[in-house]
Design a protein around this ligand. Structure first.
Ligand code: 1BN
Ligand code: ZN
Length: 314
């Protein structure tokens, strides 16, 4: 081989190396684009816009005009979505402050089969008399996320029927007790158990808008359901927001666990402004809402698959 030949060979190697590099970069890009393209579409900015409008109402305490306006907002937004049936389930709750009128909102998204998967949150805010509490994260974030989830779920084919539920009266009027808390979820779980119309699974979201999103596993929750959601988050590259450690939190999933519905809670309870005047819009982000929304949309087909294959029994 001549010197020219060797130079030629060297040139080919260099060219080949550069081409290899280009191909490698292209493959990495393609892989990351492929991952991004596979991510379910969820508009966290749209969800945040809903939260902004809810917060503008002011406090949404159960049984108050603010609570009624929040409910009207939820119902009005749901009525804009084709294929969604809206139900408002009013009830009276006995509270330490006497009988209070409350109402759960249910959006029914019929699927090919009647079995129901429920995704829920609460829209009320806790009563505080010493300061104005608007619950941007606590009650607001779940409400906005569920409205955007309704829009996305309505637009894709469904095997299971979905009920998206906005609970009223999650918050205690005073100190949290078994009788003073979870008014809406206790009522719905009791009614559905009585009518033998319980959902096959229930996923509850609460305080999932925190800018610094860190969701721990919840101790009472159905392990298989929690696993499916954590696996979905990992597939999407959102694993850093779904931590491995476990905390116990009593919330609207507990009445459903008590009547035998496999249920899980997604909550970021590491939120210093919790139940303070500082639970405001600046503490939450569209990004966090996107992370949780995408994760739910990714997890739900696996939930359906598990229920169909395994029966969803613990
Ligand atoms: C969540 C948000 N909760 C109330 N607002 C439920 C809860 C109650 C969590 C007491 C911890 C303690
Ligand atoms: Zn609260």
């Amino acid at each position: 081989m001549t010197g020219d030949g060797r130079r030629g060979f060297a040139r080919i190697v260099v060219t080949g190396g550069a081409a290899g590099l280009v191909i490698a970069v292209a493959m990495v890009l393609a892989a990351s684009i492929a991952v991004a393209a596979e991510r379910p579409q969820f508009d966290g900015t749209a969800a945040l816009k809903h939260v902004e409008r809810l917060v503008a109402i002011g406090p949404r305490v159960a049984g108050t005009p603010g609570g009624a306006r929040a409910r009207e907002y939820i119902v009005g937004e749901l009525k804009r979505i084709a294929g969604v049936q809206v139900q408002v389930k009013a009830f009276d709750a006995d509270t330490p402050h006497g009988r209070v009128s409350m109402a759960n909102v249910i959006a029914v998204l019929p699927g090919r089969r009647p079995d129901v998967v429920m995704v829920a949150g609460h829209y009320d805010t806790k009563l505080f008399t010493q300061f104005q509490f608007v619950g941007a994260n606590d009650g607001g974030s779940s409400t906005g996320l569920l409205l955007e989830l309704a829009r996305r779920l309505a637009a894709r084919p469904r095997d299971y029927t979905y009920w998206l539920v906005w609970f009223d009266g999650e918050e205690a009027r005073g100190a949290w007790t078994a009788r003073d808390s979870l008014y809406g979820s206790r009522r719905l779980a009791t009614d559905l158990a009585r009518d033998k119309r319980l959902p096959r699974a229930m996923i509850l979201v609460d305080m999932i808008g925190d800018r610094d999103l860190a969701i721990r596993r919840e101790a009472h929750s159905a392990t298989w359901l929690t696993e499916i959601i954590w696996d979905a988050a990992a597939r999407l590259g959102h694993g850093r927001h779904f931590l491995r450690d476990t905390i116990p939190v009593e919330d609207d999933h507990v009445p459903f666990l008590r009547v035998g519905v496999p249920s899980t809670l997604l909550i970021d309870f590491d939120f210093p402004p919790w139940h303070t005047a500082a639970d405001t819009l600046d503490k939450i982000s569209a990004y966090s809402l996107t992370v949780v929304g995408q994760t739910l949309l990714e997890a739900l087909p696996s939930v359906e698959h598990y229920l169909s294959r395994e029966g969803g029994r613990p």
